[in-house]
Ligand binder design. Structure first.
Ligand code: IPM
Ligand code: MN
Length: 369
């Protein structure tokens, strides 16, 4: 029997609630497929700071180092609560970015997916959605403004200033470009390269390297699109996109817009993949306003489990089954509060009920050979 160690970083806010549902699914997957999952919870985020004095404590680093994959819940506090933590210990800067850097998880896959049958969740009109939305956003995750040189200070004239540098070298661009072309080869063989080369020199180098790598993938058509135009097209005609690749900050913003056109950020799982290690997380934040109420949508967390099954453990069919099980809960007319507007005819269920229904649906599907 195969055994995998999975580090579970519950995180903050709704993190522990949606993690519980992901764990239910992992237990069933283990049972059905005769595979062993050693699930090891470790503190991470603001909660870890208050418990252990550090948002990414050493004991958590060790558990992550020794794990085959990491499943991470959302982190962060609301604006006011955040101020109780020193700036560099706040969980985004003190835990999440160090996690990304530690495992060099440069390739961030953010599927923006809504089958035709669930088009009513989207704020877009049915005629715009057509056959549904199916985009893979590939975001570079360990470069650019997030990780560039930073400086704050006061000039000789007493004027406060700040400087953050958008840095990339060709090695960083080439490796994410390869991931993007490989993904495009498995899909529709079209790659939308998102850039801002009319202003940013970083985009000029980015586009050059994309073109160079593209020579190794002659079957893939490259479409270069300015990031601002891409934001518009995501609303006007999302069907135009299949695989999109972009630098870190553009990817942060456009992937949230992706959640917006689906109707909820709760529908946005993600995979953060490096050459040696991968971690999986919802693309959204910790939603402190609804934490503790058991009303959050666990789809993004369970979807992250599906991505882990496929990308870290090669369990492709079981990953598809998990996706299918989640869609079937919606198809049966149930959903969490974020997607069940009054009068929509959808029956509102809470977080554990959603998880239970996913488990029930998965149990009914044939076990992969
Ligand atoms: C995301 C999040 C993070 C980011 C925050 C929490 C630092 O918004 O994963 O998109 O900006 O990368
Ligand atoms: Mn974001």
């Amino acid at each position: 029997m195969r055994h995998y160690k999975i580090a579970l970083l519950d995180g903050d806010g709704i993190g522990p609630e949606i993690m519980k549902e992901a764990v239910k699914v992992l237990h069933l997957v283990a049972e059905r497929n005769k595979v062993g999952f050693d699930l090891i919870h470790a503190p991470f985020g603001a909660s870890a700071y208050f418990e252990c004095g550090h948002p990414f404590p050493e004991q958590t680093q060790k558990i992550c180092d020794e794990s085959d994959a990491i499943l991470k819940g959302p982190i962060g506090l609301n604006h006011e609560e955040s101020k109780k933590i020193p700036v560099d210990m706040q969980p985004e800067r003190g835990a999440l970015l160090p996690l990304r850097r530690r495992y060099n998880t440069y390739a961030n896959f953010r599927p923006v997916y809504l089958p035709k049958g669930l088009a009513h969740f989207s704020p877009l009109k049915a005629e715009i959605i057509g056959d549904g939305i199916d985009i893979m956003i590939i975001r570079e995750l360990v470069g650019g403004l997030y990780f560039g040189h930073k400086e704050t200070g006061v000039t000789a004239d007493g004027v406060r200033f700040v400087k953050e540098v958008l840095e990339y070298d060709e090695i960083q661009i080439r490796r994410i470009a390869k991931v993007a072309f490989e993904t495009a080869m498995k899909r529709k063989k079209v790659l939308h390269n998102i850039h801002k080369s009319n202003v940013l020199k970083s985009s000029v180098l980015w586009n050059t390297v994309i073109e160079e790598v593209g020579q190794d993938y002659p079957e893939v058509r490259i479409e270069h699109i300015l990031v601002d135009a891409a934001a518009t097209y995501l609303c006007l005609n999302p069907g135009r996109f299949d695989v999109m690749v972009m630098e870190n900050m553009f990817g942060d913003i456009l992937s949230d817009q992706g959640g917006g056109i689906l109707g909820s950020l709760g529908l946005m799982p993600s995979a953060c993949v490096g050459d040696e290690k991968a971690y999986y997380e919802p693309s959204h934040g910790s939603a402190p306003d609804i934490a503790g109420k058991n009303i959050a949508n666990p789809y993004s967390m369970i979807g992250s489990v599906a991505m882990m099954l496929e990308m870290s453990f090669g369990m492709d069919q079981e990953a598809k089954n998990v996706w299918y099980a989640m869609q079937s809960v919606f198809a049966d007319g149930y959903s969490t509060a974020d997607l069940s507007k009054p009068g929509s005819g959808i029956t509102m269920i809470n977080t554990p009920a959603f998880g239970d229904r996913v488990v029930e649906a998965l149990r009914k599907l044939p076990v992969p050979a």
